[in-house]
Design a protein around this ligand. Structure first.
Ligand code: PLP
Ligand code: TYF
Length: 394
């Protein structure tokens, strides 16, 4: 039986992570996988997480099953964090999932249960797992214009024109903030224009929110999707707590489904619940419980938000410092876009050969499409990264 399997192409980002680990050079620099790093290059356990885990360890007296949908207190906390007061709780169905990837998967499985022929519009470019999951589920994949690589900027007119071609059987994946891999953000006016188009065409937005708090701040990063939520009858949101709580390996995430009314909410909740049952029965609980404890305690929550803000502003500083260094050493302004983009990622415009040259000659690891993780930079390695970029011919 098993010899009938065919080979699968590996995840390129995870492959690069392993290649980096195997590189013996001590001055190598990892700008690959999207994890936050501090000035010492560590991906720390956040202070509020440590504190919540300590309390949990002391007070938790059972590891018995919770529920197929996850802990209701976690789902309430995530709904409020993400949607605020944009919609009444009675219109939102929610389930916990293993990470944001699990949330994207469950959301797209829900779409498939509703319509096996649904087409899913994916921004070009996007996080590779979007297309991978859409194809794995046998849904239709349609790319829509998002980024003008020549201008290093959002292609808003292309985006709006492509979304005009959507209809009621279509889903549109949008990145809630900190677009992966471009760092090119939608403005509030862009979100309003998208809401107007989707309201008219009847396409369903699936907002993937993996970097809440890393762009312009917790409230500002949620504003776009809240605008959609206020304007449309239906919306799906896949939430990840991997980055903003630093809980990567604990696998903490949720699907939020906005529905027109409570009857529809019950139907959607039942379907999401059944999908969890089919795929893993019970979602992971430890990380979700830590998040719930942090969001439900004023002191822990304030400390978490403060640490997240430190992380966010560190990335902004690194963006400016790299752009400044490149301006000085190249004598041109062609990398100024790096300072204005948001979140962990930007595309430096490197060809695969230039990516290989940076890795082989300088030990600077960049994803094959030229994506860099700005959080992998530090005050000390920025000169070397800038040198590697210019030496590669950028
Ligand atoms: N969506 C996007 C756009 C991402 O970049 C990521 C990765 O961080 C995720 C979803 C999900 O991440 P995780 O499954 O680790 O929560
Ligand atoms: O884009 C990234 O680097 C992060 C981490 O299959 C990631 O989103 C990468 C690959 C993957 C899951 C998460």
């Amino acid at each position: 039986m098993l010899n009938r399997l065919s080979p699968q192409s590996p995840d390129k980002i995870i492959g690069l992570m392993q290649q980096f680990r195997a590189d013996p050079r001590t001055d190598k620099i990892d700008l690959g996988v999207g994890v936050y790093r501090d000035a010492e290059g560590r991906t720390p356990v956040m202070r509020a997480v440590k504190a919540a885990e300590e309390t949990l360890w002391r007070t938790q007296d059972s590891k018995g099953y919770v529920g197929i949908e996850g802990d209701p207190a976690f789902l309430d906390a995530i709904r409020t964090l993400v949607l605020g007061e944009a919609v009444p709780a009675g219109r939102v169905a929610a389930v916990a999932t293993p990470g944001g990837t699990g949330a994207v998967r469950q959301a797209l499985e829900l779409v498939r249960l509703a319509d096996r022929k649904a087409r899913v519009f994916i921004p070009a470019p996007s996080w590779p797992n979007h297309a991978a999951i859409v194809n794995f589920l046998g849904l239709g994949e349609v790319a829509y214009r998002y980024y003008d690589a020549g201008a290093h900027a959002l292609d808003i007119s292309g985006l709006l024109a492509d979304l005009e071609t959507t209809g009621p059987g279509d889903v549109v994946i949008l990145h809630g903030c900190c677009h992966n891999p471009t760092g090119a953000e939608l403005t509030p006016a862009d979100w309003a224009a998208i809401a107007e188009i989707l309201g008219r065409t009847g396409a369903l937005p699936l907002v993937d929110l993996a970097y809440l708090g890393f762009g312009a701040g917790l409230e500002a990063d949620a504003a776009g999707l809240r605008l959609l939520a206020g304007a449309l009858p239906e919306m799906l949101v896949s939430v990840s707590c991997s980055k903003n709580f630093g809980l990567y390996r604990e696998r903490v995430g949720a699907v939020l489904a906005l529905t027109p009314d409570e009857t529809a909410r019950e139907l959607v909740r039942g379907n999401l619940s059944n999908l969890n049952r089919q795929n893993f029965a019970f979602p992971p609980d430890h990380g979700a419980r830590v998040v719930t404890a942090i969001l439900g305690n004023a002191e822990l929550r304030a400390d978490w938000a403060a640490e997240l803000e430190t992380m966010r502003s560190r990335i902004e500083t690194l963006r400016r410092t790299l752009a400044d260094r490149l301006r000085e050493t190249s004598g041109s302004d062609r990398f100024a876009f790096l300072a204005g983009q948001k979140g962990l990622f930007s595309l430096i415009g490197a060809t695969p050969d230039q990516v290989a040259a940076m890795r082989e000659t300088h030990g600077v690891y960049v994803v094959g499409d030229g994506r860099i993780n700005l959080a992998g930079l530090s005050e000390t390695n920025i000169p070397k990264v800038a040198e590697a970029m210019l030496a590669a011919g950028l």
